[in-house]
Design a protein around this ligand. Sequence first.
Ligand SMILES: NC(=O)c1ccc[n+]([C@@H]2O[C@H](COP(=O)([O-])OP(=O)(O)OC[C@H]3O[C@@H](n4cnc5c(N)ncnc54)[C@H](O)[C@@H]3O)[C@@H](O)[C@H]2O)c1
Ligand SMILES: N[C@H](CO)Cc1c[nH]c[nH+]1
Ligand SMILES: [Zn+2]
Length: 810
Amino acid sequence: MVFPIIPLYSQNPTGFISERPYLTLTGQALLKASQLGKDTIKQFVSEFGSTLNLVSVLVETSELFNDDDIVELLNNGVTTLFLQDAKYASRLVEEVGVPAERLALLEGSVYKNQFGVKNDFKLEDIVPVEKLDSKILTQAILSSVRTDRTDGLYTTLVVDTFERCLGLVYSSKESIEQAVERQVGVYYSRSRKEIWVKGLTSGNTQKLVSIQLDCDADALKFVVVQEGRNSSFCHLETESCFGQFKHGLAGLEKLLQQRKLNAPQGSYTNRLFNDPALLTAKIKEEAEELTEAKDRNELSWEAADLFYFALAKLVANDVSLNDVETNLDMKHLKITRRKGDAKPKFVEKKQESKPEAESQSEAQQVETLRLGVYQSEDKKSVDEALKRPIQRTSQIMHLVNPIIDNVKKNGDKAIVEYAAKFDGVQLKNCVIEAPFPEDCFEGLTPELKESLDLSMENVRKFHAAQLVDTMQVETQPGVVCSRFARPIEKVGLYIPGGTAVLPSTALMLGVPAQVAQCREIVFASPPRKSDGKISPEVAYIAQKVGASKIVLAGGAQAIAAMAYGTESVPKVDKILGPGNQFVTAAKMYVQNDTQALCSIDMPAGPSEVLVVCDEDADVDFVASDLLSQAEHGIDSQVILIGVQLSEKKVEQIQTAVRQQTLQLPRKDIVVKCIAHSAIILCGSYDEAFKISNQYAPEHLILQIKEAANYVKLVNNAGSVFVGAYTPESCGDYSSGTNHTLPTYGYARQYSGVNTSTFQKYVTAQSVSPQGLDNIGRAVMSVAKVEGLDAHRNAVKIRMSKLGLLPEGFQ
Ligand SMILES: NC(=O)c1ccc[n+]([C@@H]2O[C@H](COP(=O)([O-])OP(=O)(O)OC[C@H]3O[C@@H](n4cnc5c(N)ncnc54)[C@H](O)[C@@H]3O)[C@@H](O)[C@H]2O)c1
Ligand SMILES: N[C@H](CO)Cc1c[nH]c[nH+]1
Ligand SMILES: [Zn+2]
């Protein structure tokens, strides 16, 4: 039996848990689908899936998710769906292939489920989190658990997160209350006849992870993480009251974790943690040896070696065995969508009506589309709403590292392989050389050329104006310092092409590179899925800016190819350009790899916009600006900050968002983006700018009265769009400013792409004898303090020869 209460989350589940951490002691969560949406649920599962045993979703009606969404949720860590509609439940089982034990169906006042053990969730046991506190949780345990002991204590089994038994103890009402409140191991000592806070005297403390009741509710199970001095549970200083655990995988993990913190310099484990290439090579070597092993001894020997290196890799990346087990559980529960879907008798009928059914469900999704609305005073919820929907760096690096390694090792062959895998095209050559063949430009219309020319000319004007003359300052008479810019010789420009080809990015990067006079410009962009070619618009711009090559590659492989070079891709000095999370992660990696000797412009990831509006703003303008960035990708985010907005205005904006979305071809992307976007309502312009500066948006749009007067309040933003008639799209294409801008909040420390991004500055100085007389003594005395005599001599020798130092000066 699980915990007697299941908390129901209708909004901001992560926020609730960080506010009331004891909620995780229940080991379960029920998420209300109608209010949270798929993306929030997935995000919650990725954060808490390994902490909680049961993450269930209450799907109130069959319209909330389509079948693919249901499969996606169940394959990404959601354990059970709570359903009220029996017909819907049997359709999911029969047509979609959802195993019946993954559903809890409402029968009368009980959700019945057979997941793992038989679980009946009474309606009264499903309690909104808002109503839960540690006292209520304690009460729930006490009213469910029973004891047949004369002293009234409750038998309590203590286990660790691997379910290994640590020992048997006893709990009293008070100890349970304290344990829940503090989320640590608190029991009742029968010998001392008092509450026993584990570790208070021994230093071997416990973090309480969850509490469960056994099948007939006469014993408790405390799942704990043993912490503190030497992590032993028993008073005899052993890991459990039954002695030490077998070392095994869990023991090895613990050891590696300790070594990671303090492995001796020069030790093998230390080398493994600090040399990813060595670790990779060892994993490959051991995997190969395991494939060749034959008998029992050999197999267990080689498998043990492989587990050791695999575990070292996990520990190096802060991934735990527990995470791996959660992943295995998830894979065990994975369901495969039934091919034929419907039972034969329905097939004909369904096929006939499919287009309508599909568009209906899409339309229905748009009909219920709403941005979450938060009041600025509710700081926790606002902080939560403003979190970018991005994967954790360790997760994304996990996917990107092998791609980079493969490109480094196999060059063009790896690029061709990934083009087939990710872009679905078979390439003969992965590079097109200038002068680009005529067929690259097929399909380019004169009208489009004209638009691209106009945009390029504006971008050229704005970026040419940023070229600065040599700067010169005489800091002392006879001491002249100067600074001059020089182009970075070879630049690699990434032009995204996953969900949309972006020729505008080609011009935003190509034109300033040309203005800065970079010697070699290399383009990289994913090949077109339809025919494996480059889009004619990108080719046109490449030709106009004098690019030497177009690499037909996207994602991390394109970045790796340009950073390290391959047989046909030249290694560049700097990589610039936006892209999805794979592109951004690969850029961040190569800039830190001294072997690559390659810098990057900035982390320019999924597009985002923050609009500040007031009651005077035109709701259609506001909605159109939000949607123009929402349509970029499902990982984009759009935020509206409303200053003193009436409820009516907020509703009008929500309606305008819905109505405009209905007309958009990329509404599926918009719907997903809106799920993690928000409206924040605040009381003043000052407050609005405070929130905006904290968020540091890529694009900031001001749709407020006398917008120009407020630009002075902007500290952190990639680019600002001032006034009602300045849509962000103008900056994306044609106004002249650059659209490659910092995202994820990096506008706090990075500028968007500009001419100087393609240059570096060199400084120079010229010191005359008079100048040496003015600064020479200062140089000598500071060099003396630093104990650098040769530095001091370089000045002293000159000054002596010039007769500037007294006789016998030392
Ligand atoms: N910040 C800015 O200045 C700016 C400007 C323009 C565009 N953008 C953003 O650029 C992004 C473009 O993203 P996109 O996906 O359309 O194109 P993209 O070119 O960045 O990425 C496409 C490539 O990603 C790789 N990929 C896809 N799935 C993968 C997987 N599972 N594992 C490894 N690699 C995988 C593939 O190689 C594919 O070719 C959007 O998020 C957009 O908002 C940002
Ligand atoms: N808004 C994007 C930058 O985040 C750039 C772009 C290209 N095409 C359309 N928009
Ligand atoms: Zn855009």
